[in-house]
Design a protein around this ligand. Structure first.
Ligand code: S3P
Length: 409
């Protein structure tokens, strides 16, 4: 598996603030992690890749970043832009942040509101705090307590990173616990008020592994093991939802890397049943909800996904996109404000889908999986976006024996 995207971003962005060289292993080749590395380079941090997921982040310490000469291009990566804004809040210089078409449509007010309270100045923004953004930080920042209205690790992490530059204790609460990779990594690196250079291993990405586990559940006869996958409990909602749908994913060889649990995951093709996914489970499975909806198409009975309004502001409006993608394969799916319902039927024939991924890697991967169980003729436009998180996805499917000729991109 490619390394976990969320932990990879943090190994680079937080590693850059350490006192000395941080040896990273398991780092993904995906474009999103590359965006974090590239913008850090513009801020004076040298990151050397040695191949095979190994890299050295030459940390410059909390005060060592330098002003960028050009706009910082965060590409497709919301995590890069939002976490970076938290770091930039504590830098006494100006910086401009830009992103691609998809990132330019994603709301930044959710991080700028608390960061403004801490002292970040927003000098320019489009409309209601959409990128491109020009900001100026300062040091020290004002410590705050922030009661976040949204369960979001990006908001929480931006505030925590700004908190490294604040003049007292900064605290954040959220309605449900979002992924806690920043908390774990800061605890791993913390040395008094500074960050020590310690090695970081990035375990395999459960959000990518989920697509291979999902392929195994869809394609009869499959039996798949994925090795060294992160199983942080704030991320394993997908596995819990699968259990509700009647699929058992076995964990073997449990281990821990820099406070992050990991294991090998084993699944066999299984008949699925519909379920309800809501509340904390939706938060813990947020990036896998489109995939769960896709699997629900081949499950017996209805699957209802609720409390997932956040899906509307991901790389695309993932509620609308997932419903449109499923309908294009002939699946009965209904959109709600905060989620969707899929009326699954394993016997109902699918039609070949016509899908426009529109800058959303997870939609393109969901459509690829349905293509494996639909008649030939599925076409996925914009599938190159898969490279943001899982560049080797189609090769991995082919290596598992999937007939990837069914996926036309
Ligand atoms: C991420 C947090 C989540 C998730 C995204 C990665 C992170 O976003 O959807 O893919 O690495 O912090 P939110 O913080 O907006 O929920």
């Amino acid at each position: 598996m490619p390394g976990d995207k969320s932990i990879g971003h943090r190994s680079l962005l937080i590693g850059a603030l350490c006192d000395g060289d941080v040896a990273v292993t398991g780092l993904s080749d995906g474009e999103d992690n590359r965006s974090s590395a590239r913008v850090l380079g513009q801020l004076g941090v040298s990151i050397v890749r040695h191949g095979d997921g190994r890299a050295t982040v030459h940390g410059v310490g909390l005060e060592g970043l330098s002003p960028p000469r050009e706009p910082l291009d965060c590409g497709n990566s919301g995590t890069t832009m939002r976490l970076l804004l938290g770091i930039l809040a504590g830098q006494p210089f100006e910086a401009t942040l830009v992103g691609d078409h998809s990132l330019s449509r994603r709301p930044m007010k959710r991080v700028l509101a608390p960061l403004r309270r801490m002292g970040l100045e927003v000098l320019a923004a489009r409309d209601d705090d959409y990128p491109p953004l020009t900001v100026r930080g300062r040091r020290p920042l004002t410590a705050i307590h922030y009661d976040s209205p949204i369960a979001s690790a990006q908001i929480k992490s931006a505030i925590m990173l700004a908190g490294l530059y604040a003049d007292g204790e900064t605290t954040v609460t959220e309605p449900e616990l979002s992924r806690d990779h920043s908390e774990r990594m800061l605890a791993w690196l913390r040395s008094g008020k500074r960050l020590a250079a310690r090695p970081i291993h990035v375990p395999g990405d459960l959000s990518s592994a989920a697509f291979l586990l999902g392929a195994a559940l869809l394609v009869p006869g499959s039996d798949v093991v994925v090795e060294d996958v992160g199983v942080n409990p704030t991320r394993t909602g997908f596995l819990d939802a699968l259990a509700l749908m009647g699929a058992h994913v076995a964990h073997t060889a449990p281990r821990e890397h820099n406070h992050e649990p990991a294991a090998d995951l084993h699944v066999r093709h299984a008949a699925l049943v519909g379920t309800r996914i809501a509340g904390a489970l939706s938060v813990r499975a947020i990036d896998e909800l489109p995939l769960l909806a896709t699997l629900a198409a081949r499950a017996r009975g209805a699957t209802e996904i609720r409390d997932a309004r956040e899906l509307r502001v991901k790389e695309s409006d993932r509620i609308a996109k997932t419903v449109a993608m499923l309908r294009s394969f002939g699946v009965d799916a209904v959109e709600h404000d905060d989620g969707l319902t899929v009326h699954g039927d394993p016997e109902r024939p699918l039609s070949p889908g016509q899908v426009d991924a529109d800058g959303d890697h997870r939609i393109a991967m969901c459509a690829s999986l349905l293509a494996l169980v639909a008649p030939p003729g599925t076409e996925i436009r914009g599938a190159e976006t898969i490279a943001t998180s899982f560049p080797s996805f189609h090769d991995a499917l082919a290596a598992l024996g999937a007939d990837t000729r069914l996926i036309r991109t």
